[in-house]
Design a protein around this ligand. Structure first.
Ligand SMILES: N[C@@H](CCC(=O)N[C@@H](CS)C(=O)NCC(=O)O)C(=O)O
Length: 233
């Protein structure tokens, strides 16, 4: 049985980490039996990032490498029918979500002062008093360093939100009026897009990216469709 390790849920979402939520959605979509373990430290994670899985005595980190491993073990249960051209589009869109739009989300939660006022108590509110005083500031500095190293952190507030908005518009444009990104059957891109879009729609940070996601009605309907199908009740 696959064991999925991820952060504890927050804000009523299956997971406030889009990578964790993508992997959980994929496991549900591919109907791979699994159990969930919630843990809020990274000590045991093989790449010191969440999520990771355990399969017997194997531990595998990184949502995309885990999915590749699962495809190797169980077969491609979601994307096998896609043409090479659609696979290319799927990968490019997933890279956009994971490697670009994600960092706009990180900025909105950790660096934007109005976002931080909501993120800090949500992520650290239950820590013991001394840790609660010290840890958030230390971690926030680390996130700033990561944002700068990526390059996103070098941009102004307005530039970051405009970059993220364009990614959301691109997703909405490609989805168009289809129920799922490649038609009637949900695929891995749907898992990735849903995890990120839901993480803008439902998080109580009233910033430009949440506003933009809510304006893109086809994305909202798509994400509601994904919730109904993969997280009923
Ligand atoms: N490429 C990785 C990214 C995972 C990732 O960045 N996870 C974040 C949570 S959303 C994390 O663990 N951050 C903790 C840290 O960087 O210290 C994946 O696809 O799993």
């Amino acid at each position: 049985m696959i064991v999925l390790h991820q952060f504890s849920p927050n804000w009523g979402l299956p997971n406030a980490s889009p990578f964790c939520m993508k992997l959980e959605t994929y496991l549900r979509m591919a109907e791979i039996p699994h159990t969930l373990v919630y843990e809020d430290t990274l000590d045991k994670a093989p790449k010191k990032k969440m999520p990771y899985i355990e399969d017997g005595d194997r531990k595998i980190g990184d949502s995309n490498l885990v999915i590749e491993y699962l495809i190797g073990k169980y077969g491609d249960r979601t994307d096998e029918h896609l043409s090479p051209s659609d696979r290319g589009i799927s990968l490019a869109m997933r890279r956009m979500i994971d490697e670009n739009l994600y960092w706009c989300m990180v900025y909105s939660r950790w660096m934007d002062e109005s976002g931080w006022a909501i993120t800090k108590p949500a992520y650290f509110g239950t820590l013991p008093p001394v840790l609660k005083q010290i840890l958030p500031g230390i971690l926030r500095k680390g996130v700033q360093k990561n944002l700068d190293a990526h390059g996103m952190g070098r941009h102004s507030d307005g530039e970051i939100y405009s970059i993220g908005s364009r990614d959301l518009v691109a997703l909405s444009g490609f989805l168009s009026d289809k129920p799922f990104f490649f038609g009637d059957r949900p695929t891995l891109l749907d898992a990735a897009a849903h995890a990120t879009v839901r993480n803008f729609l439902d998080v109580p940070i009233e910033g430009p990216l949440k506003q933009k996601a809510h304006q893109l009605e086809n994305l909202v309907s798509f994400s509601n469709r994904m919730t109904e199908r993969f997280y009923p009740g």
